[in-house]
Design a protein around this ligand. Structure first.
Ligand code: UD1
Ligand code: CA
Length: 454
C-alpha cells in the first residue's frame, strides 16, 4: 500500500466546551482526544504526522509531545485555511489523511480500510461519510445522479433540498497530496461563515477533472465529533464500552463494564477480575489472577500475579505477587512492595521499598523508607520522615518487629531481627537482634482511687 501522512486540525477554540483549555486536550477514557486521533492514524500506518495548532497551542503541543510536528494557524479562518498552513508538510507527502482533533472515536481499522479504498480506486480525494438520521449541523454529501460524489455543502450554506440529505461529512479525508495542494489555491471564503472551507477542495478537485469518492463508515459512533461536554460524556461511554470489551475478550473478567473505567494503555493478564467502581489509568501493567476492586484507583501501577487490591489507591508504584492491599490503603508514588506482603487498612506508603513477606496490617504510615523482608509492623506505626523542613530516610532490616504505636524518627536504622517495644519513640539506631524500649516505665499507685474518693 502507498504511504500516507496524517494532518490533524486542532487550532480551533471549541467554544461550546466552555473551557479554559483547548477542546482537543479534554480526555476520553483517560487520553486526550487529539492523542486518540493521532494514535489511530499512526497505528493505521501514517508515516508521519503534523498537528495544526493555534488556540492554546502550547497545551496541545505538550499533550502530543514528540510524535508529531506542529504548524501554527494564528487566526482561525476555517478548516481550509488550517490546511493551507501545512503546505510544506503536504509537499513531502504522497497521500495525506486529514483528520480533526475532536473525533476521538475514529479507529485504526476504519482509517486503514479507507486508505485501501482510496488507493484501489485511484481517487484524488476520498471523504469518510456516514448516514445520520439526524444530520443537523454537519456538512452534507451531494452526489450526482450516477451516485458519484459531487461536492460537500455546509449546513449553513445548504438549500432546503440539500438539508434533507442524511449522508454527512465526517471531516476526515484521504487526499493525493498534489491534488489537495492544487485545490487549496482555489478555495475562497465566499460563504455563509466567511471561512475557507476544506470541504470546497472536493468540488474543486472534481471540477479540475480529478476523482472523488466516499468511504461510508458503518459504525457511525466512530465519526462522532465532540463539541460540548454532553457529547464528551456520550463519547466517553462509547469508548469505555469498546475498551472494556477488548479486555473482556482477551480474558479479563469485568463484573460491571458500565461501572469500570480503564484507559486502553493498560496491560491486564488472564483471569484477572475487576469489580465495580474501579479506575485504571495511565500505563498500568496488571498480572494474571489479580483481584481488583471494588472502588480502586490505579494510576501507572504495576501489579504482580495473584495479588488482590480492595478499595485502595495506588499511584506510580509497583506491587509484587500474592500480596494483599486494602481495604483503604493509599500507596503513593515511588513505592515498590514485594511478594506476599500485606498492606492493610488505613496504611499509607510513600517512596517506600517493602521487602517480601513484610506485613503492615493496619493504621501505619511509612514514607521515605527501605524496609527488608518479613518485617512486622504493629498497628499504628509512624515513620516520622519530616521535620517540617527536610525529609529523611529510615532503614528497617529483615525480620525486624515493630511494636504497636511506635514512632521511628528519621533518619534512623533498625537492624536485622531487632524488636521495638510497643509505644516507643525511636531516635537512635537499634542493633541487630536487640530490643529497644523508648517509653516511660509504668508506675502503679496502689489504692489510688480510694484516696481520690476521700
Ligand atoms: C467540519 C466540516 C463539516 C463536517 C464536520 C464534521 C468544514 C468547513 N466543515 O465542520 O463539513 O460535517 O466538520 O465534524 O470543514 N479548525 C482549525 N482551524 C480553523 C477551524 C477549525 O484548526 O480555522 C479545526 C478545529 O480545531 C476542529 C476541526 O478543525 O478540530 C473542525 O472544525 P469545526 O469548526 O469543528 O468544523 P465543523 O463546523 O464541525
Ligand atoms: Ca466539529
Amino acid at each position: 500500500m502507498a504511504e500516507f501522512s496524517a494532518l490533524i486540525l486542532a487550532a480551533g477554540e471549541g467554544k461550546r466546551m466552555k473551557s479554559m483549555k483547548s477542546k482537543v486536550v479534554h480526555k476520553v477514557c483517560g487520553k486526550e482526544m487529539v492523542n486518540r486521533v493521532l494514535d489511530s492514524a499512526l497505528s493505521a500506518g501514517a508515516v508521519q504526522a503534523q498537528v495544526v495548532i493555534g488556540h492554546c497551542a502550547d497545551m496541545v503541543k505538550d499533550a502530543v509531545g514528540e510524535r508529531a510536528s506542529f504548524v501554527y494557524q494564528h487566526e482561525q479562518k476555517g478548516t481550509g485555511h488550517a490546511v493551507m498552513q501545512a503546505r510544506a508538510f503536504l509537499e513531502e507527502s504522497e497521500h495525506v489523511c486529514v483528520l480533526t482533533g475532536d473525533t476521538p472515536l475514529i479507529s485504526e481499522q476504519t482509517l486503514r480500510e479507507a486508505m485501501r479504498v482510496h488507493t484501489e480506486n485511484n481517487n484524488d480525494v476520498t471523504v469518510l461519510t456516514a448516514d445520520f438520521s439526524n444530520p443537523y449541523g454537519y456538512g452534507r454529501i451531494i452526489r450526482k445522479e450516477d451516485g458519484t460524489v459531487l461536492k460537500i455543502v455546509e449546513h449553513k450554506d445548504a438549500s432546503e433540498e440539500e438539508l434533507k440529505v442524511t449522508e454527512i461529512n465526517s471531516g476526515m479525508y484521504f487526499f493525493k497530496a498534489k491534488s489537495l495542494l492544487n485545490a487549496l489555491d482555489s478555495i475562497t471564503d465566499n460563504n455563509a461563515q466567511g471561512e475557507y472551507y476544506l470541504t470546497d477542495a472536493l468540488e474543486i478537485i472534481c471540477r479540475d477533472g480529478g476523482k472523488a469518492g466516499a468511504y461510508i463508515v458503518s459504525d457511525c459512533d466512530e465519526i462522532m465529533g465532540i463539541n460540548d461536554r454532553v457529547q464528551l460524556s456520550v463519547g466517553e461511554k462509547i469508548m469505555r464500552r469498546k475498551i472494556n470489551e477488548k479486555y473482556m475478550l482477551s480474558g479479563v473478567t469485568i463484573i460491571d463494564p458500565d461501572n469500570t473505567y480503564i484507559c486502553d494503555e493498560a496491560v491486564i493478564g488472564t483471569d484477572t477480575v475487576i469489580y465495580p467502581g474501579t479506575v485504571i489509568e495511565g500505563k498500568c501493567v496488571i498480572g494474571k489472577n489479580v483481584y481488583i476492586g471494588p472502588n480502586c484507583k490505579l494510576t501507572n501501577a504495576a501489579i504482580g500475579d495473584e495479588t488482590d487490591i480492595n478499595i485502595s489507591t495506588i499511584t506510580d508504584s509497583t506491587i509484587g505477587c500474592r500480596t494483599h492491599v486494602g481495604p483503604y490503603a493509599y500507596v503513593r508514588p515511588g513505592c515498590n512492595v514485594g511478594d506476599e506482603c500485606k498492606v492493610g487498612d488505613f496504611v499509607e506508603l510513600k517512596k517506600a521499598i517493602i521487602g517480601n513477606g513484610t506485613k503492615l496490617s493496619h493504621l501505619t504510615y511509612v514514607g521515605d523508607a527501605e524496609v527488608g523482608s518479613k518485617v512486622n509492623f504493629g498497628c499504628g506505626t509512624v515513620v516520622v520522615n519530616y521535620d517540617g523542613k527536610n525529609k529523611y530516610k529510615t532503614i528497617i532490616k529483615d525480620n525486624a518487629f515493630i511494636g504497636c504505636n511506635s514512632n521511628l524518627v528519621s533518619p534512623v536504622t533498625v537492624n536485622e531481627g531487632a524488636y521495638i517495644a510497643a509505644g516507643s519513640t525511636i531516635t537512635d539506631e537499634v542493633p541487630k537482634d536487640a530490643l529497644a524500649i523508648a517509653r516511660a516505665r509504668q508506675v502503679v499507685k496502689e489504692n489510688w482511687n480510694d484516696r481520690r474518693k476521700k
